[in-house]
Design a protein around this ligand. Structure first.
Ligand code: C5P
Length: 207
């Protein structure tokens, strides 16, 4: 069973994906980490984020087994990921890794922006997770604060709105719900409530 989870930044999709992966004992791929790793490679090299050749080369050279998740989760890397993810050559370079992960025997859980539309369009379960920008900004602010990052809640909200626009308006694999995705609004839900709702959606599909 492939479970495809998409949604904007800090909607809760990552947490839901991890919990579904544990619940159904399925391997999980946080595809945002792939784009973050490409963004970080460019930042580390001091290269501009619109350097297409360099971004494509970084995407082709990725080794997910060596990812340092803490280093990839910092705010600046998320912003860089959002920039380089609009480059079609970067998306193309990351395609087969994601498709192979999705199609492994037994199934998988993947979360990102284009899982239900591009990576696994035939996934039997697709969940599009949303939440109000203010609630998402508060969640991301608390997460970044916990990591000791010096950023204000207002700045996080402004960045989230910018990133939403960039992800939705890009030409290559924009953030959009698949026609057959179930929408899950986590604005008023805590983690347990959101996970329960997601499991109910998967179970309804399995029946
Ligand atoms: O989900 P996360 O915030 O880690 O993703 C970072 C950025 O990577 C997103 O803002 C988005 O631009 C990009 N991304 C993408 N497609 C995916 C996953 C992430 O374009 N499947």
């Amino acid at each position: 069973m492939i479970i495809a989870i998409d949604g904007p930044a800090a909607s809760g999709k990552g947490t839901i994906a991890k919990r579904l992966s544990a619940h159904y004992r399925l391997p999980h791929l946080d595809t945002g980490l792939l784009y973050r790793a490409v963004g970080k490679a460019l930042l580390d090299a001091g290269a501009p984020l619109d350097d297409v050749a360099r971004a494509e080369a970084a995407a082709k050279a990725l080794d997910p087994a060596r990812f340092d998740e803490d280093a990839l989760k910092v705010h600046a890397v998320g912003e860089a990921a959002s920039m380089i993810s609009a480059i079609p050559q970067v998306r193309a370079a990351l395609l087969s890794l994601q498709k192979t992960f999705a199609q492994q025997p037994g199934g998988a859980v993947l979360d990102g922006r284009d899982i239900g539309t591009v990576i696994a369009p035939d996934a039997p379960v697709k969940i599009f997770v949303v939440a109000s920008p203010e609630v998402r900004a508060l969640r991301r602010f608390k997460e970044l604060q916990g990591r000791g990052e010096p950023i204000t809640q207002a700045d996080v909200l402004a960045d989230i709105l910018k990133r939403d626009t960039r992800d939705r308006e890009r030409a290559a694999a924009p953030l959009v719900a698949a026609a057959d995705a179930h929408h899950l609004d986590t604005t008023a839900l805590d983690v347990e409530g959101a996970v329960k709702a997601a499991i109910a959606l998967v179970e309804a599909k399995r029946r």
